[in-house]
Ligand binder design. Sequence first.
Ligand SMILES: Nc1ncnc2c1ncn2[C@@H]1O[C@H](COP(=O)(O)OP(=O)(O)O)[C@@H](O)[C@H]1O
Ligand SMILES: [Mg+2]
Length: 297
Amino acid sequence: MPKIIEAEQLSHTYLPGSVYEHQALKDINFSLDRGKVLGIFGPNGSGKSTLAQHFNGLLRPTGGSMLVCGLNTADPKISKDLWKKAGLVFQYPEQQIFQISVYDEIAYGPRNLGLPEREIKARVAEALQQVGLTREKTAPLTPASLSGGLRRKVAIAGMLAIRPELLILDEPMASLDLAGRRFILDIIKKRRQKNETTIIISHSLKEIMTITDKIAILDKGFLAFFGDVKDLLTRTEILARYHFELPEFLQVLLALSARGFDLKTNVRSMQEASKEILSLLKKTKARPIFGSGKDDA
Ligand SMILES: Nc1ncnc2c1ncn2[C@@H]1O[C@H](COP(=O)(O)OP(=O)(O)O)[C@@H](O)[C@H]1O
Ligand SMILES: [Mg+2]
C-alpha cells in the first residue's frame, strides 16, 4: 500500500546553537498508509505540535527525513506543492485566521488554487456545512470576533475547502461542544471512506478510539508507541503510564484484567466489552468472581 508519510530518524531541534536550544523530536521512525486515521497522543510538551508542523512542511527536519505525499520536506521548494496536499489546522486557530470575513477566510485556499469563483463558492458552502455552519449564520461575523469554538470551525472549514490528501488536526476538540466534536468525528469518518488520510492529535483515547487505525504516543520527543489501536489496548502498562481518558467499558475490563481475570482488553465497543464480560461470567460460573457472599458477611 502506498505510504503517505515516511519519517526516518526524524529529529527537530529548536534554536540550535543558542542558549535556548531544545530538541523537541528525537529519532522518530514510522510510516502511515494512505487512507488511514492516525491518532497522536502524549503529555504536554512531548512534541505533538512540533511533529504536526512537519507533516505540512512548516518545520523542516534538523536530523533524519520526512516524506509527505512523496515530497521530501527538507527541500524548501516543495512548499508550493505541499500546502495543496497537506492541510494543518493549528492547535491555536487564531494563528491561522487573517481574512476580513468568514467567507474570505474559507475561500483563501481555493482562491490560491486558482479555482473559478463559482467553484470557490461551492467549496465554501460545502466546507461550512461539514463543520455544522451556514453562510447565513456566519455572514455577519468577522473572524476576529469569533468565539474559540467558531474560530476553530472556520479554521477547519478553511482546510477542508482545499480538499487536502492529508488533513492534520492539532487538538481540534478543544473549545468545541458535543455537537462540534461529533462533526469532527463525522468529517474524519467520511474522509476515511474516500481513502483520504487524517491525523488527529487528542488527549482523549475515549473520544477518538473508534475512528483511529493507528496510534502514536510521544514522550519527551521520543516515539514511545506506534501501532494499531487494538495492540495498544493490550499494553496495559502503557495505558496506565499515560493516563489516557478511556471509555468506561474499557476501564472495567482493564480493572478486571489487573485483578487477574482472564479476558481480552483490546475491544473498541460496549458490545464487544459486554461479550467479554458475559463469557468471563460463564467461565467462572462454578467459581463466583466476587466471593460467595458467605465469607463477605
Ligand atoms: N517555537 C519554539 N521554540 C522553541 N521551543 C519550542 C517551540 N515550540 C515548542 N517548543 C518546545 O518544544 C517542546 C515540544 O513542544 P510542542 O511540540 O508544542 O509539544 P506538545 O504539542 O506535545 O505540547 C516543548 O518543550 C516546547 O517548549
Ligand atoms: Mg501542542
